[in-house]
Write a new protein. Structure first.
Length: 301
């Protein structure tokens, strides 16, 4: 396992992180403990979750599994998504300061290594969000603040507010990235500012579709991550894999370097394309890390 640092600090995380979306949904507490133990045995030391996953049970199960070994893990969670998934109001000081307490309790810890805003909040000034996070950091409740699912202009808004108000920039930015979803390569990745948040990729296995475990023409089993996404179901069924965008952007997003619109069959993925998806993100991150070459740490799912 390879490791990288976060936010210009000594926070050392494994290149591959363990996503907690299915804990409390497809995995019970015992299965969660087994998965975390297996990941640790492979050198993984980074777990990512959110307070909304399984209505908080993901955090609870991770907290139970890490009892007695919390100091060996880097734990990240997210705040700011409820049933409407809009993120509106989630960046307000009162929301952030209230919900961190619930996450700390469920995770059975007195500090969060990385506390992330799940979606950009259009209703709250970014300087209020950054200031609220800085208070938590000063209190020792949060080591690093991160953002998630932001567009390039939204990232620039954080950068500008940080400079204008003298507040720390978010240390990380969690983005959706795999060999079929590569839009960040032509909008976020080219932002090569040294102070840009380090990118954390999630969905690297395309909700399991890129693992090759689904067969074309067969129904996706219920209670799986792929079953939660209509697009993943189409891909698993052998539907056309197309990248969004046009012109050069589209050509750079061709899956597996095949012609745009080539049909992707689930059984053609297998370990080869599963490895490709991870390897591509790792390779891009090695080219420049924080200074603009790509995701610095990988998630799963």
């Amino acid at each position: 396992m390879k490791y990288r640092t976060i936010g210009g600090s000594d926070t050392r995380v494994s290149t591959i992180a363990l996503g907690g979306n299915i804990f409390g949904y497809a995995c019970d507490a015992a299965q969660t403990r087994e998965i975390i133990a297996a990941a640790e045995a492979l050198g993984v030391n980074f777990a990512d979750t959110a307070d909304v996953y399984s209505e908080g049970r993901s955090e609870e199960f991770i907290g139970q599994a890490l009892r007695g070994r919390r100091n060996r893990w880097i734990v990240a969670t997210k705040v700011g998504v409820d049933s409407d998934a809009t993120g509106r109001g989630s960046g307000a000081k009162a929301v952030i300061h209230s919900r961190i307490e619930h996450s700390l309790r469920r995770l059975q810890t007195d500090y969060m290594d990385i506390y992330q805003l799940h979606h950009f909040d259009p209703d709250t000034p970014v300087e209020e969000t950054l200031a609220a996070a800085e208070v938590l950091r000063a209190q020792g409740k949060v080591r690093h603040f991160g953002i998630s699912n932001c567009t390039a202009p939204q990232v620039r808004a954080y950068t500008s507010a940080s400079r204008t108000f003298g507040l720390p920039m978010p240390a990380t930015h969690q983005v959706h990235y795999n060999i079929l979803k590569r839009q960040i390569e032509h909008d976020l990745v080219p932002q090569s500012e040294p102070t840009r948040p380090r990118l954390l990729a999630y969905g690297v296995l395309g909700r399991g579709v890129l693992s090759g475990k689904y067969r074309s023409g067969e129904a996706v089993p219920a209670n799986t991550r792929a079953a939660m996404s209509a697009r993943a179901i189409r891909l698993a069924a052998g539907g056309a894999a197309r990248c969004r965008g046009s012109g050069n952007a589209r050509s750079r997003c061709r899956p597996y370097s095949e012609p745009t619109g080539a049909r992707l069959r689930a059984e053609d993925c297998g370990r080869r394309h599963c490895g490709r998806s991870f390897a591509r993100a790792v390779r891009r991150s090695r080219k420049g890390g924080r200074s603009g070459a790509g995701p610095g740490v990988l998630g799963t799912g």
